[in-house]
Design a protein around this ligand. Structure first.
Ligand code: SDX
Length: 429
């Protein structure tokens, strides 16, 4: 017998079904509330609203837990690879040997974009932000794959769409970088793995080929695994919203990239480094910035701190912080920015303002320090986040479009504007 909750409105009792998830998360199903009572719920920014039921990721914000298809991220970072985690998120299970080989071969096979697209990049000014280029290019990619745009896709076509985008988005990102530095575009090499090929496309020049480095490859693999999915965050919810109109995956991903760009979301990793560098340049230490972040009189926030769901240390930040030390030591880099980040973390975590509001470092706080050590330019940091989040966005789109009960997302509102009024001719206003 399904449990219900009773809602008393003006003496009329409405029974609403209660739902419980695999890990004990509880919800009130209000799907019939308006039809029964004429009332809707109001929850700006959806802080208390579940948009869907999903089997992809589980977050326990109170415990600081993140699992992909039930497997803890720490175990995946230690034992898996970004390509294998992409398969796990998208297809729901760890691939067998043959499945994995075939998946990697298909992704590698789709590494070329139409040669005509190269001229699109040179039409942008050199200072164009790569997130603007990436979102435009992902949507533009669709014109070369008309066979993959129909609203109802066979499983095979859906897999084709997925492997095309998994493979090509990193090519578009690397080409956007090459355009920004005025260097020739570089194509993938068959002997390199997915992420080593991305770094090869970014950093190989005619004078010096990119030399894979196992410590760097592992650190990048871990970074991408940690960014791969995060249930119903702003950009993933955007992908699901766009996908719910039966728009194609190219359009949905392009929209997700735009949502991620914001400094409150994926754009925070760029904002963190800019904040740390201004602290370093000011020479005034971290206390002034901690005080500014507490001062309601200004808009300054400690970028890379706080989270809508995590009320504990973001488990991803803890792992990234460990790899920060490892990568900088391996490269012999003594970056004062890392010490400033640690000092800022220490100052905040012992300050009542942050303790009371349960504000801890999030995934964006340390990631930029590693990207900087890998010589990735600051304006490419959010592109790195987008490349990591790609399999998660794809997994959620696939879960949505394969749901036989899928409906177009269309929230309601509470109207607060003028009551009915007549049109006034301009000479009477
Ligand atoms: C990501 O959702 C996801 O899963 C996202 C993500 C993913 O993987 O997809 O995890 C990736 O986007 C991480 C977040 C990156 N953004 C930042 O680091 C930007 C800085 N952080 C804040 O803007 C903020 O913490 C948010 C946006 C992350 C969360 O905002 P909420 O949940 O709306 O919290 P809030 O703004 O209501 O803050 C609650 C209180 C407020 O103070 P009071 O009004 O109660 O006095 O905490 C304060 C806020 O002013 N606060 C901060 C702060 N974050 C919150 N004060 C100073 N510095 C901060 N960073």
């Amino acid at each position: 017998m399904n449990k219900t909750a009773k809602l008393d409105i003006d003496g009329h009792i409405y029974e609403l079904p209660l739902i419980e998830g695999t890990e004990g998360e509880k919800a009130l199903d209000v799907g019939r509330l308006r039809a029964q009572s004429g009332y809707i719920t109001l929850d700006p920014a959806f802080a208390n609203t579940g948009a869907c039921q999903s089997a992809i990721s589980f977050i326990d914000g109170e415990l600081g837990t993140l699992r992909y298809r039930g497997i803890d991220i720490a175990e995946l970072c230690e034992k898996s690879t970004f390509m294998e985690v992409s398969y796990l998120l998208i297809y729901g299970h760890l691939p067998g040997e043959e499945e994995y080989t075939r998946f990697k071969e298909k992704v590698h096979h789709h590494s070329l974009i139409h040669e005509d697209m190269k001229s699109f990049f040179t039409s942008y000014p050199g200072h164009a932000h790569p997130m603007a280029i990436l979102s435009a290019m992902v949507c533009s990619l669709s014109v070369y794959h008309p066979e993959l745009l129909q609203p109802e896709q066979s499983d095979e076509d859906r897999d084709q769409t997925i492997t095309h985008l998994l493979s090509k988005v990193r090519v578009l990102a690397a080409f956007a970088y090459k355009r920004s530095v005025g260097e020739a575009f570089v194509y993938t090499r068959p002997e390199l793995d997915y992420l080593s090929n991305f770094m090869h496309m970014m950093f190989t020049t005619p004078m010096r080929p990119f030399e894979p480095d196992e410590v760097i490859r592992k650190a990048l693999d871990v970074l991408f695994i940690l960014h791969a999915d995060h249930e119903q965050n702003c950009s993933t919810s955007t992908v699901r919203m766009v996908g719910s109109s039966k728009a194609n995956l190219f359009a949905a991903l392009s929209a997700g990239i735009c949502a991620l760009w914001g400094p409150l979301h994926g754009g925070a990793n760029q904002a963190v480094i800019e904040m740390l560098e201004s602290i370093h340049a000011s020479g005034s230490g971290t206390k002034r910035y901690v005080d500014m972040a507490k001062d309601k009189g200004n808009h300054f926030k400690l970028m890379g701190f706080g989270h809508r769901v995590y009320k504990k240390y973001d488990p991803r930040a803890a792992i990234i912080k460990k790899y920060c030390d490892q990568v900088l030591n391996h490269l012999g880099i003594d970056n004062p920015i890392l010490e400033i980040a640690k000092e800022l973390e220490e100052a905040a975590l012992t300050d009542d303002y942050f303790i009371e509001r349960q504000l801890y470092p999030n995934v964006d706080f340390y990631s930029g320090i590693i990207y900087r050590a890998l010589k990735i330019p600051t304006n490419m940091f959010t592109v790195m986040f987008a490349l990591g989040r790609l399999p998660g966005w794809i997994a959620h789109w696939k879960e949505l479009v394969e749901d036989p009960g899928m409906k177009i997302a269309r929230p309601r509102q509470i109207y607060t504007g003028s009551r009915e009024q007549q049109y006034l001719p301009i000479d009477e206003r």
